[in-house]
Design a protein around this ligand. Structure first.
Ligand code: FES
Length: 184
């Protein structure tokens, strides 16, 4: 068969064009459109779910949502920093007796400090490991973040309730003759 005749013939060219640009292509476009619509819907639902999770509204038992404004706030104390150590005198403060806790501010940052007993104190960063809010509440004997309700142990800074998953960073802290000393 002469190829030139087929190419030059309108009868030969028309079926080829119809097969190439006709039925198969619209079918392919329809499939791609369906795929794109489904993919966009899935992505939108995923984005909404991610946003809800970031806001702590996911509904999981480990991700409380609600208003945490009513949690009692820790008293604030200022400390001075000398030679890399933040120091403060506990007389007349919440740290003067065992079980007391306070939010201590200094150039080292804002710290959660708890008086364990007569001879020891513990200190942790007050920066929440979830989304960096300042943990400033004390409820049911534990620290609580005001933003999404994460709770941390005063004993070791560990997470007692999410959405935070990482513990609070611990600082070295000691008390001698009524003076607390904290170093990074
Ligand atoms: S920033 Fe979300 S719980 Fe603290």
């Amino acid at each position: 068969m002469d190829t030139r005749q087929l190419v030059d013939s309108p009868l030969a060219a028309t079926p080829v064009a119809a097969e190439t640009l006709g039925t198969p292509v619209p079918a392919a476009l329809g499939t791609r459109r369906d795929f794109c619509v489904a993919a966009c819907q899935a992505l939108s639902l995923g984005a909404i779910a991610a946003t809800l999770q970031a806001c702590g509204g996911g509904g999981s038992p480990n991700e409380p949502s609600g208003n945490f404004d009513n949690v009692p706030q820790l008293p604030s104390i200022s400390a001075t920093v000398t030679n890399g150590a933040a120091t403060l005198t506990v007389d007349g403060t919440a740290l003067s007796s065992a079980g007391g806790a306070a939010l201590v501010s200094s150039s080292l940052g804002t710290l959660l400090v708890v008086r364990n007993d007569a001879t020891s104190v513990s200190a942790y960063t007050a920066t929440c490991t979830h989304q960096q809010c300042t943990v400033n509440g004390l409820t049911e004997g534990v620290f609580q973040c005001p933003c999404h309700g994460s709770r941390f142990s005063p004993a070791n800074g560990s997470v007692l309730r999410g959405p935070a998953t990482a513990p609070l960073r611990r600082f070295n802290a000691s008390i001698t003759n009524g003076v607390v000393s904290i170093t990074a």
